[in-house]
Design a protein around this ligand. Structure first.
Ligand code: HEM
Length: 229
C-alpha cells in the first residue's frame, strides 16, 4: 500500500474517530445530557429483548476485556507470568474469544431481528438505531472471522496490531506495523474504529452510564390504559 494511504488509514482515520468519540461524547453529555438513553422499547416486546440483550451484553463485555488484554497488555508482561504464545492463543483467543464473540453475535442477531420484525419496535426506531445494529453485527462477524482465520495462519497480532494501537495512545503512531497485517484483520480494525467514531450519536452512549441508581430505584409500573379484570 502507498505510504500516503497507509498514513490515512492507520493514523489520520483512527485519530479522527477517537476525536469524534471524545468530543462528540462531551458535547452529548453537556448539551444533550437528557438524551443519553437506550430508549426502552420493552413495553412493545419483552421476551426477545431480554434474551437478546442479556446474551449480547455478556458476550460484548467479555470481548471488551479480551480486547483490553490483547491490545493494551504487551506480550512481555504476559510472558513474565509464564504465559507462552501457545497458551495465550489457546485460552485467550480460542477458548475465551470464540464463546464471547458467539454470544455477542447471537444476541445482536436476536436484537436486530426483533427491531425489524415487530412493527411497534420498528416504527419507534430511528435510522441511527437501525444502522448501529447492522454496524455491530458486521464488526462482530469480522472479529470472529479474524479469530477463526488466526487459528489457521501464522500471524501474531500481538506484535503488529497491538503495538500499533498502543502507539496511537503514546502519540507516536507506528503505521508501518500495519503493513503485514492480513486484510480481514485490517477491515475489522477499520470498522471497529467506526464504532468509536459513531458512538456518541447513537444509543450506544448509554454504555457510559452505570445503572447504579437503577438498582436502588422503585419499580416503575406500566399499566394498560384499559384494565381488564
Ligand atoms: C477499534 C479497534 C479494534 C481492534 C484493534 C480490534 C482487534 C481485534 C483482533 C486483533 C481480534 C482477533 C482476536 C483473537 O483472535 O484473539 C478481534 C476479534 C474480535 N473483535 Fe475486535 N477490534 C477492535 C474493535 C472491535 C469492536 C468495536 C468490536 C465490537 C463491536 C469488536 C469485536 C470483536 C469480536 C466479537 C472478536 C472475536 C472474538 C474475540 O476475540 O473477542 N472489535 N478484534
Amino acid at each position: 500500500m502507498h505510504n500516503g494511504w497507509s498514513i490515512f488509514f492507520w493514523v489520520v482515520y483512527p485519530y479522527a474517530m477517537l476525536l469524534s468519540f471524545f468530543v462528540g461524547t462531551m458535547v452529548r453529555i453537556h448539551k444533550y445530557g437528557g438524551t443519553i438513553t437506550a430508549k426502552s422499547s420493552e413495553i412493545f416486546e419483552k421476551r426477545l429483548l431480554i434474551v437478546g440483550s442479556i446474551t449480547f451484553h455478556v458476550g460484548i463485555i467479555l470481548a471488551f476485556f479480551g480486547h483490553i488484554l490483547g491490545m493494551l497488555v504487551p506480550k512481555s508482561w504476559t510472558a513474565y507470568f509464564g504465559i507462552t504464545d501457545h497458551m495465550y492463543h489457546l485460552f485467550g483467543s480460542l477458548l475465551m474469544g470464540i464463546p464471547a464473540g458467539t454470544l455477542a453475535l447471537v444476541g445482536m442477531a436476536i436484537l436486530t431481528y426483533r427491531r425489524m420484525k415487530y412493527s411497534r419496535v420498528r416504527k419507534t426506531s430511528s435510522l441511527n438505531d437501525n444502522l448501529v445494529d447492522w454496524l455491530l453485527l458486521i464488526v462482530i462477524c469480522l472479529g470472529m472471522a479474524c479469530t477463526i482465520t488466526g487459528a489457521f495462519i501464522d500471524f501474531d497480532y500481538r506484535v503488529t496490531i497491538s503495538p500499533w494501537v498502543r502507539s496511537l495512545f503514546t502519540l507516536h503512531p507506528q503505521w508501518q506495523l500495519m503493513a503485514q497485517v492480513p486484510l480481514i484483520y485490517k477491515i475489522h480494525v477499520f470498522s471497529g474504529f467506526l464504532v468509536f467514531g459513531y458512538f456518541p450519536y447513537t444509543r450506544l452512549v448509554h454504555a457510559l452510564t452505570l445503572p447504579a441508581a437503577y438498582l436502588k430505584r422503585r419499580y416503575i409500573i406500566y399499566r394498560r390504559r384499559y384494565q381488564v379484570n
